[in-house]
Write a protein that binds this ligand. Structure first.
Ligand code: PXP
Length: 251
């Protein structure tokens, strides 16, 4: 029986809307609590170096108030390490970050930075915080993640999702094959496998069906959909498609 897949809801873009005007509305903490009530299995938030959406105060308030796991996304900087160690989230997810990018555009290059990253994650491991690395579906990166002692890899689905959105079926199939083989390889090395970035109702099904992928982190599409349907129904619909994809895969 395939394990139920967890849905982590990323609430960064509630803060994006708030920050467009300044002031307090809409409140990402309220969104995190609403997502929790709607059945989210975790909350993901990215404290970016430029604080373009989530702020330090948001992260602290969310960590304090929610009863489901917090996945603290961050760049591997000293500043973020110190904030995250104080925040004590369930997990940290290390992502590459460039100021000029609109969103996280690629995965971490763990293989090129393994000595530094091994030292960087040590205090989190000592504190009992799970360490996730956001990487592309690349065996060299996956092997490096296992070698340095990461607990989790989150596979970057952006290239696959772009191909689906742009109707490039052959590219989508090729990317899905890469993600499938990466998930199997990582699972075989004892890594917990998550996936995320760019997932929508249209693209989530094959990723949800991958048995080794036990968590998806989804933000932008759910928050956008919430404008039309409300956050609870948007989360429920994503949950329904994920459950259906996993059940169909068993049939
Ligand atoms: N996972 C990681 C590591 C991310 O950086 C992001 C984007 O912040 C997401 C998941 C969520 O992506 P999206 O907002 O496109 O659903």
């Amino acid at each position: 029986m395939t394990q139920r897949q967890r849905l982590g809801v990323n609430i960064d873009h509630v803060a994006t809307v708030r920050n467009a005007r300044g002031g307090d509305n809409p409140d990402p903490l309220r969104a995190a609590l609403a997502a929790q009530d709607a059945g989210a299995d975790g909350i993901t938030a990215h404290l970016r170096e430029d604080r373009r959406h989530i702020t330090d105060a948001d992260m602290a308030a969310i960590a304090e108030a929610i009863s489901i796991p917090l996945n603290f996304e961050m760049a591997a900087t000293e500043e973020m390490q110190s904030i995250a160690l104080k925040t004590k989230p369930h997990a940290v997810c290390l992502v590459p970050e460039r100021r000029e990018e609109r969103t996280t555009e690629g995965g971490l290059n763990v293989a090129n930075d393994d000595n530094h990253l091994a030292l960087y994650i040590a205090p989190f491991k000592d504190a009992g915080t799970r360490v996730s690395l956001f990487i592309g579906p690349d065996d060299v990166q996956i092997a490096a993640a296992a070698r340095i002692g990461a607990d989790i890899i989150e596979l970057h689905c952006g290239t696959y999702c772009d191909a689906v959105a742009e109707g490039r079926a052959a590219d989508a199939a090729q990317e899905l094959a890469r993600l499938t083989s990466a998930a199997t390889y990582a699972h075989g090395l004892g890594l917990e496998v998550h996936a995320g970035h760019g997932l929508t109702y249209d693209s989530v099904r094959p990723i949800a069906a991958l048995p080794e992928v036990i968590e998806l982190n989804i933000g932008h599409f759910i928050i956008g959909e919430a404008i039309f349907t409300g956050l609870g129904p948007a989360i429920s619909e994503m949950r329904r498609i994920m459950d259906d994809a996993r059940a169909s895969d068993q049939a």
